[in-house]
Design a protein around this ligand. Sequence first.
Ligand code: ADP
Ligand code: MG
Length: 496
Amino acid sequence: MVPIRGGSPEMEYESVIGLEVHCQLLTASKAFSPDSAEFGAAPNQHVDPVSLGLPGTLPVLNARVIAFAVRLGLATRCEIAERSSMARKHYFYPDLPKGYQISQFEDPICTAGYLNIEADRRIGITRIHIEEDAGRSLHDQDPVRTLLDYNRCGVPLLEIVSEPDLRSGAEANRYMQKIRQLVRYLEISDGNMEEGSLRCDANVSVRPKGSRILGTKTEIKNMNSFRHVERAIDYEVQRQITLLIQGESVIHETRLWNDIAGQTHPMRSKEEAHDYRYFPDPDLPPVLVTESDRAAIEREMPRLPDERYRDYVQTLQLPEYDAGILTDERPVSDYFEAVLDALRSSHSNHSFSDQAKAVSNFIMGDVLRTCKEKDVRMADFPIAPERLAGLVHLRMEAAVSSSAAQVLFEEMITDDRAPDAIAKERRLIQISDRSALQPVVDLVLKENPKQVNQYMNGKESIVGFFIGQVMRRFDGAADPKLVHTLIREELIRRRS
Ligand code: ADP
Ligand code: MG
């Protein structure tokens, strides 16, 4: 392909981005020792001898770490290695007391998968491997000193390495969001970027449009916000294009993002990069995933968000907007499905897609609003799915008005009886049965001949008077729309 000439010179370049994402796993204990992996403890509370690499200690790989890696590998359609090994990656740093990090090198547990960031936009995943985290160095300014917190030493991570398939900061942002969504669905990580559970190194290069050769890349280290990832990449792409247009070249180096300055700046050049002297860790046996291990993990996999989304749009015929909100987080999607299941087993003449839309409306409106206002997580939402289904049913059958449904919903948050019991007690049930209303309509017209006459003489607005009379006899519990219809029908019949 020949680059298109004639636009601005910048238009003739495309950006190429590959991400290395580190994801902290939600195991109770560390990767190689029974020490707690909990986030947020006071400094140096979880520092057992294995985490510190004291002489005479031996690491033992936490089986859950393997299971979590396989879950993510299956979810991203990777090949799962039946046998992979742990390696030592050597470097010296004060927050790495062993002098090496246990990781995987030549034979990672998962390879050659992909992730869709849109229905028709597939990003290749080169590999996913298991490793341990290092400690944290806290650099003080006044006085100038470095404090070390070893709690994080040995906390399990998965590193997810993408192919250089991303083409913009926005795509990289989207990719990170999809990873976060996935690890949360799989319940292997909280995906909490602020706490550093998801961190990302972005590899960025540019090349003439149409070229298939990769340009020289820079690597922007350790970003922990979606916005930073996007801004840093867009900045870096622009910086590299400007260099090339000016006839200069991009230097292979590691850079850091400064969000306040809105710039990346050099950290170290790759020429002085470490030689990690990888070799297989002699203390750790190979990681084995048998066919039956794999099958057991596969059986426990939840339905994934993309599949749910497709199902909601195609089968349930929900708007894409609804499907996006409902599948964003697994507890919301699980709740939606549980409510819909319960509603389907109640007697109704409504179609499945009408039922789905009614449930969706309740969840996107009242339920999510309540969670936000009361700061409760969806998993702790006080109205059980069967009870919300009861409320949706009452509303769909017009047994309660929309304003009564609101009142009932609020009551149900603190009153855990069945919705119809609460509705009856609070007199929220709406009478929308023609055979109950018709005799009262007839009676009201019979008792008010003067007003009927006024209507016959053209005073349409008198209908409001009749509605009021009927409603009063039902203590306001009649369906006002239906009362209106019945009165009009009757008056029109009498007029002709
Ligand atoms: P390194 O040895 O420097 O870590 P790798 O080949 O292991 O490089 O790749 C690391 C990440 O960088 C991967 O996500 C990969 O897709 C990405 N990558 C490799 N080459 C380029 C390039 N020229 N431009 C952008 N990303 C790249
Ligand atoms: Mg790298």
